[in-house]
Design a protein around this ligand. Structure first.
Ligand SMILES: Cc1ncc(COP(=O)(O)O)c(C=O)c1O
Length: 477
């Protein structure tokens, strides 16, 4: 079974490879195609040979030919899902594309599975708690679990007290007066982003997102029926590359998705960068005659080091959809709670509110469970101990650097992004795993040559892991 997916990959029998297309010199009408995945050439050649006319039409060429010798990227061409092979598949074609985009993440997580439940493992894999709950968390949920009236667990509208408390907290954080009616409670940031996309995206719309991304952005965009357009962050500063974003905007761009403080780079985008992004999107919306929304994933807005303050593009761009979650601040990501917020400057707020409600009903992406809604005002006051987290960040940073690792200082989030001492970061992560250190390999989040460490690990794990980090790097010398 073969297919060409909208992000320009070819899928075959469970494997997918990026398709690299290059125009031949001299204005030739041929396009040459090469697969960069070793060992795929033969089936890939057969696939293209079979469909060369169709592929060619898709690319605005007469036909295509394969150049099996080519390696590396020349010109990546968006094939926008207009090719649909494999109609006999058991599952929806869209899900196959989503699976392709999730494959590196799932492979990595499944690879780590044997160590996940090991009591001796030092787990730096995900932003997961290593203690059962923060002080006061369980008592808060217990308090709100107790029914106070007969409709406590009934179907109904979201609890208005939750939205009021969230809007007051957001006003404190960002200095913007959000109307409680513009706070839509969701099942975490993931739910908020899916809801935002279902509310404003149509098939064929493009969503620009930044690489390295959070694992599920591409899947979310594909799931909303839109087309993902990837833009690389500036690799020396980890800031937004505004020129590259500008170049990626097209008449079909409907949304730009950013994440600050950023997972995995730890970067907080500076306020002036956000202001420049706002003017870029303003111009683009005016030129295209259609609003471009900015989806701002602010999952780590409370996880800030060194006295840094949270900056949101909502202060600059009226059409910002703000995404918040309690997964990080309360360190309890399996208890789903978050919200999507529209600033008071957002045009057509009433229409968006109504559309968000219908989008929630149409996609079954409804409000969080009742107890989480009732508990929200209290949960705003339960936050991870930032002083301890910063001490842990500093301890690990210092030890890694002393051992010879290259690692930059994250301004926020739970993560250290470390350069792998060998090119094959997957092999290095497997080496660490031999001594029960769980790290995340860069190929899971589009950062080849790096690995990520979550400092939600305990202090004890950090101390046990440091000698292993030292030993592992010394073996590479
Ligand atoms: C950048 C980013 N956005 C969103 C999420 C998802 O958060 P939630 O658990 O609230 O869905 C995460 C969680 O890891 C994240 O790192």
């Amino acid at each position: 079974m073969h297919a060409v997916t909208p992000d320009g990959r070819v899928w075959s029998g469970g494997r997918s490879v990026p398709v690299i297309l290059a125009e031949l010199p001299g204005g030739s009408t041929l396009a040459s195609i090469a697969a960069t995945f070793p060992g795929t050439t033969e089936w890939f050649y057969r696939l293209v040979a079979r469909h060369r006319q169709r592929l060619g039409r898709l690319l605005g060429q007469r036909v295509c030919s394969v150049d099996p010798s080519r390696e590396g990227s020349a010109l990546e061409v968006d094939v926008s899902g207009r090719l649909a092979y494999g109609r006999g598949m058991a599952v929806a074609e869209r899900q196959m594309r989503i699976q392709t985009s999730l494959a590196p993440f799932l492979r990595g997580i499944l690879g780590s599975a044997p160590l996940l439940g090991d009591p001796d493992a030092c787990d730096f894999l995900a932003g997961n708690p290593e203690v059962p709950a923060l002080p006061g968390y369980v008592e808060t949920l217990q308090k709100w679990l107790e029914p106070q009236d007969r409709r406590w667990f009934a179907y109904g509208m979201p609890d208005p007290r939750a939205a009021e408390a969230a809007s007051a907290a957001l006003a404190d954080e960002l200095g913007l007066a959000f109307d409680p009616e513009d706070i839509i409670l969701t099942r975490g940031a993931h739910g908020a982003m899916a809801l935002a996309m279902a509310t404003v995206l149509d098939p064929g719309d493009e969503v620009v997102f930044i690489s390295p991304p959070w694992f599920f952005y591409e899947a979310l965009i594909l799931g909303a029926g839109a087309t993902p357009v990837r833009v690389r962050a500036n690799e020396s500063t980890w800031d937004l590359d505004l020129d590259a974003i500008g170049a990626a905007l097209s008449a079909r761009t409907r949304m730009v998705l950013i994440n600050t403080p950023n997972n995995p780079t730890g970067r907080i985008y500076p306020d002036d960068t956000l202001a420049l992004l706002a003017s870029l999107l303003e111009r683009r919306s005016n030129e295209a005659g259609r609003a471009v929304y900015l989806l701002s994933d602010e999952a780590y807005s409370k996880i800030l080091f060194d006295g840094n303050v949270m900056r949101s593009p909502a202060s600059h761009y009226a059409r910002t959809l703000v995404v918040h979650t309690f997964s990080k601040s309360t360190l309890a990501p399996a208890e789903r709670l978050g919200y999507l917020a529209m600033p008071p400057t957002m045009p057509a707020r009433e229409a968006l509110r109504q559309a968000a409600m219908s989008a929630g009903l149409a996609t079954s992406n409804m409000a969080p469970d009742a107890v989480m809604q009732y508990a929200l005002p209290d949960l705003l006051h339960i936050t991870v101990d930032m002083e301890r987290l910063q001490l842990r960040r500093d301890r690990l940073l210092e030890a890694l650097r002393a051992a010879g690792y290259q690692v930059h200082t994250p301004e926020g989030t739970f993560y250290l992004l470390v350069r792998s001492p060998i090119d094959d970061e997957g092999a290095f992560v497997r080496r660490l795993a031999q001594d029960k250190i769980l790290a995340m390999s860069g190929d899971m989040f589009e950062m080849p040559g790096y690995f990520r460490l979550s400092i939600t690990a305990t202090d004890d794990m950090v101390e046990r892991a440091i000698p292993v980090f030292e030993k592992a790097i010394s073996e590479t010398r």
